[in-house]
Design a protein around this ligand. Structure first.
Ligand SMILES: Cc1cc2nc3c(=O)[nH]c(=O)nc-3n(C[C@H](O)[C@H](O)[C@H](O)COP(=O)(O)OP(=O)(O)OC[C@H]3O[C@@H](n4cnc5c(N)ncnc54)[C@H](O)[C@@H]3O)c2cc1C
Length: 497
């Protein structure tokens, strides 16, 4: 047994008492606080360990949001689309096909967007709305969004939530640490949006640890950016060399010693370097430290390699910047009232408590819209707590497709609205009036299936494409009835994100 130290008990200052406390200001937590305020909640606190909102998307430089549309139709909307609407007028802040261009098969358009991954490949390639954005502009915009609700939301930066305050199975608040020491905040409802279940893990609710090593979720990263490049020229260079894209990925992996990929950004003269450090747990200090050291050590070599391999595009390449925080894909996951599985992607079941209906990046269902039920963010056996974001309740495989930015924003928006509705109606979040939650989400521009105020064309569009039977794979499985195959993650094509 390892050595232990028994910490003496301590009397803490109560920093505040609030209605809703959001711990973690990533895409899920930021959205949750905002959605709660817009749904009428007051006295909301959002606590973030760093000095800015966004988590992975701003501090981690994860600067691409995929699959906001499915063919011509826009399914992922709400606060996710609002980010881009707000930033579009800012020069170089956003690069994406317009919503009205989604689904276009115009060869000129398809060709011009192909080089930055905005094309849905299939028998007839078509445009999909994927958005590239500048993370520092998003930091500014996320502040502005919260400050517009300053009468309802208090922001606490540089504050680290460390422990839930429990009374029996009820969460009553959170203890946090800052330069002012250890203090308490009491809250009627707590939203754990830390991404690693920092709060729910200490409540007694069931959860699981790191995903299957074949998945992208169990890999850490340290994203960095290269400046002085010419991305369009790089695309031209690739065009004239069959398989050069794949060869570049392999070569960079060799130079770095782990899988690495250069990806477009919102500017032609900057690209980002995504990487996948295998078998690392983003909740373990040792793995976090190793990731930082390993990736930084390789950066100069990667730039040197690019300069030599493709001088037309990288001759003047230089280290532009390094993400201020490590890329955390997944560690602990909730095992909530509903656990999403790969079957929910393959067969598109319908849920009465649907809170998001998202086109995704999922090779087994042609990226088609999938329903996410509210129960995925509701923990078992514990009251007054919701858990949106990348630690949402999902199995080893489905988690890979639920931790993308839109799904974190989507579950965050639903958590905020549900907390507001529970307070308004005097219920627990577990027993919340889900119809009212859905009505407010639709008012907040979140399309939901079977909702009278959602554009009926969306459902007709999906039905016409055989809802739940999108792929040959799903059709075959359905024909087998109860003998549905068990999916082998190793055999599945894995999306690298
Ligand atoms: C390298 C990489 C590449 C990716 N590529 C893509 C991509 O191309 N497209 C895509 O859609 N998705 C991608 N993803 C996934 C996506 O970016 C994340 O899953 C998503 O942004 C997570 O959002 P979140 O709010 O759930 O968590 P996070 O962004 O991790 O936010 C959690 C927030 O909580 C704060 N926090 C944590 N613990 C505490 C605490 N105890 N107290 C106070 N604050 C705390 C953190 O500082 C952070 O701000 C990628 C992820 C990585 C790491």
């Amino acid at each position: 047994m390892s050595k232990v130290y028994v910490e003496p008990s301590n009397t803490l200052n109560v920093y505040a008492e609030c209605d809703i406390l959001v711990v973690g200001g990533g895409s899920a937590g930021h959205t949750a606080a905002l959605a709660a305020a817009r749904a009428g909640a007051k006295n909301i606190i959002i606590m973030e360990r760093y000095g800015y909102m966004g988590g992975d998307v701003t501090g981690g430089y994860v600067i691409m949001v995929p699959s906001l549309t499915w063919y011509e139709k826009s399914f992922v909307r709400g606060i996710q689309e609002e980010w881009f609407r707000r930033m579009e007028p800012i020069p170089e802040a956003v690069l994406a096909p317009k919503l009205s261009q989604a689904g276009s098969t115009d060869p000129f358009l398809v060709d011009s967007w192909k080089g930055i991954g905005c094309v849905k490949h299939g028998q007839t390639p078509s445009l999909a709305r994927a958005v590239y954005f500048e993370p520092n502009q998003l930091k500014i915009e996320m502040d502005k969004m919260l400050l517009e609700e300053r009468d309802r939301i208090q922001i606490l930066y540089h504050s680290w939530g460390v422990k839930p305050i429990m009374e029996g199975n009820e969460v009553k608040g959170v203890i946090f640490e800052s330069k002012e020491g250890r203090q308490a905040i009491f809250a009627k409802i707590v939203i754990d949006a830390t991404g690693d279940g920092d709060i729910f893990r200490q409540t007694g609710t069931p959860f699981v640890a790191l995903a299957n090593s074949q998945t992208r979720s169990n890999k850490t990263a340290l994203v960095w950016r290269i400046g002085g490049i010419d991305w369009r020229m790089y695309q031209e260079w690739l065009r004239t060399r069959p398989n050069a894209d794949r060869q570049m990925y392999q070569a960079l992996g060799k130079v770095a010693g782990f899988p690495s990929m250069i990806i477009a950004s919102s500017r032609n003269d900057v690209c980002w370097v995504n990487n996948w450090i295998p078998d690392k747990d983003c909740s373990k200090v040792e793995d976090l430290t190793k990731t930082e050291l390993m990736v930084r050590e390789t950066m100069r070599d990667v730039i040197e390699y690019l300069r030599e391999a493709c001088p037309v595009a990288f001759r003047n390449a230089y280290l532009y910047d390094i993400a201020p925080q490590l890329g955390a894909r997944c560690s602990y996951r909730l095992q909530g009232e509903y656990v999403m599985t790969i079957n929910d992607f393959a067969f598109a079941p319908q849920f009465d408590d649907v809170i998001a209906w998202h086109s995704t990046v999922c090779p087994i269902n042609d990226n088609a819209p999938v329903e996410i039920p509210y129960r995925c963010i509701v923990p078992k056996n514990v009251e007054n707590l919701l858990c949106p974001g990348r630690h949402v309740s999902a199995d080893d495989i489905a988690i890979d497709w639920l931790t993308l930015i839109p799904q974190c924003v989507g579950t965050g928006q639903a958590a905020g609205v549900a907390a507001a509705v529970a307070l308004e109606k005097g219920t627990t979040v577990r027993d919340v009036d889900i119809r009212r939650v859905q009505d407010i989400l639709v008012e907040q521009d979140v399309p939901l299936p079977r909702h009278p105020k959602t554009d009926p064309e969306l459902e007709e569009y999906v039905k016409a494409r055989e809802y739940g039977l999108y792929t040959e794979f799903a059709k075959e499985a359905k024909a087998l009835g109860d003998a549905r195959p068990i999916y082998d993650p190793v055999k599945l094509y894995r999306v690298q994100m």
